[in-house]
Write a protein that binds this ligand. Structure first.
Ligand SMILES: Nc1nc2c(ncn2[C@@H]2O[C@H](COP(=O)(O)OP(=O)(O)OP(=O)(O)O)[C@@H](O)[C@H]2O)c(=O)[nH]1
Ligand SMILES: [Mg+2]
Ligand SMILES: [Zn+2]
Length: 364
């Protein structure tokens, strides 16, 4: 497979359609008449966005209205842009409806989930042979991916460091409930062809995983180019290791869009509630046999889930992990809701002030 150069350099090679533009997006965009153009966000740096256009590329800011509404474009978003001839700059005025949203699960300050990327077809959950390989962590990532609507694939990188890569893959496959597992080495290129089914033209893949598992190395290998040397957005983290600090979309020679990500340190579960059920289908079906419909499988009598653990049908670790994740979820949801209440309150204060001002005007 031939792969070409990176992001901004390769920008302009694709048409909107080749980036995933479809009738739904065209329909949503059609209500913008005037000097508007559509694009797709490739990179976000503080206040500037790099946006792919139909066979083009542009740098843009966002409107104050969008920022005030808390609508922050994410990498992968299709957006509406307006060129401002007076300043010679372009601004993003709207975000078109997202097909999938992949959130970090950690609510932002206002209680909303932090969006990692939008309009994603496939998520490569990258881990590496060695200490990072951890079934519990993978389960956690899977729960996040499942609620996003994208297809998860687990990549075990650094296969060159494993004594028996095939055995590793087998072991991980036991606990991933049918999610495909690909073992490879970004360094030696072994196993790389296992990714071919997902690297199809026009589809968008995002790479997530702990820092240091080799996400950027894999992207370089797929691009056939050292991206780090051509992008300035890497910084030294003091631990003697380079680290990606910005999310960025690249175009592979295959026509696939690939998004590199900074290593995720803490992956919360956020409001990805439905993802929990997807990651633990065994527990969900067991729970149907619990005496209480709202059983937490913690202390209630006649709990079918705990009985399954006692009879050896379900592993104790797995239930533990499930319980921990659901507690975390409840906590995050509460935080999110408190955030919402705060926003509501602010809005009512604003409305209150408005009607007060209006009354004053009438009285005058
Ligand atoms: N042995 C071996 N080392 C690898 C492989 N892939 C990556 N590495 C090394 O792992 C280290 C980290 O690689 P990166 O690509 O920067 O990791 P990352 O996941 O992008 O890390 P962050 O950007 O911090 O999230 C580098 O020293 C790579 O050379 C591999 O397949 N085998
Ligand atoms: Mg990286
Ligand atoms: Zn129960």
């Amino acid at each position: 497979m031939k792969h070409t150069k990176k992001s901004c350099e390769s920008a302009g090679v694709l048409s909107l359609e080749e980036m995933g533009w479809d009738v739904d997006l065209a329909d949503a965009f059609s209500r913008y008449t005037g000097p508007y153009i559509p694009g797709r966000v490739a990179c976000r740096q503080k206040t500037t966005y790099e946006v792919y256009l139909d066979h083009g590329f542009i740098q843009a800011g966002i409107t104050g209205a969008l920022r005030r509404a808390g609508k922050v474009p994410a990498v992968g978003d299709f957006v509406v842009l307006l060129h401002q001839p007076e300043t010679g700059t372009s601004v993003i005025v709207d975000i078109l409806p997202r097909k999938t949203v992949f959130t970090r699960g950690l609510p932002g300050r206002d209680g909303t989930d932090q969006v990692i990327a939008a309009n994603i077809d496939t998520v490569f959950i990258v881990t590496a042979a060695g200490p990072d390989l951890n079934a519990r962590r993978l389960e956690r990532y899977r729960a996040l991916v499942h609620s996003s609507g994208a297809q998860p694939v687990i990549l075990i990188n650094k296969a060159d460091l494993a004594n028996d890569p095939a055995a590793l893959a087998d072991e991980i496959s036991q606990v991933t409930g049918g999610v495909p597992v690909v073992t490879l080495s970004a360094l030696t290129r072994s196993g790389l062809s296992g990714l071919d089914p997902y690297l199809v033209p026009g589809s968008t893949v995002v790479l997530i995983g702990s820092s240091g598992v080799g996400k950027s190395t894999l992207i370089n290998t797929l691009l056939g180019d050292a991206v780090q040397e051509t992008t300035c957005i890497r910084e030294y983290d003091g631990k003697g290791r380079h680290q990606t600090t910005v999310r960025q979309m690249f175009v592979l020679g295959s026509g696939t869009l690939v998004i590199d990500n900074p290593g995720l340190r803490e992956v919360g579960i956020g409001t990805a509630g439905s993802g929990l059920a997807e990651a633990f289908p065994d527990i969900v079906s067991l729970a149907a046999g619990c005496r209480f419909p709202d059983c937490t499988h913690d202390h209630e009598p006649r709990c079918a889930v705990r009985e399954a653990v006692e009879s050896g049908l379900l592993s104790h670790d797995r239930l533990d992990n499930y319980l921990r994740l659901s507690r975390e979820l409840a906590f995050e949801q509460e935080k999110a809701e408190t955030g919402l209440v705060r926003i509501e309150r602010k809005r009512w204060k604003h409305v209150g002030k408005l009607s007060h001002d209006l009354r004053n005007m009438k009285e005058r």
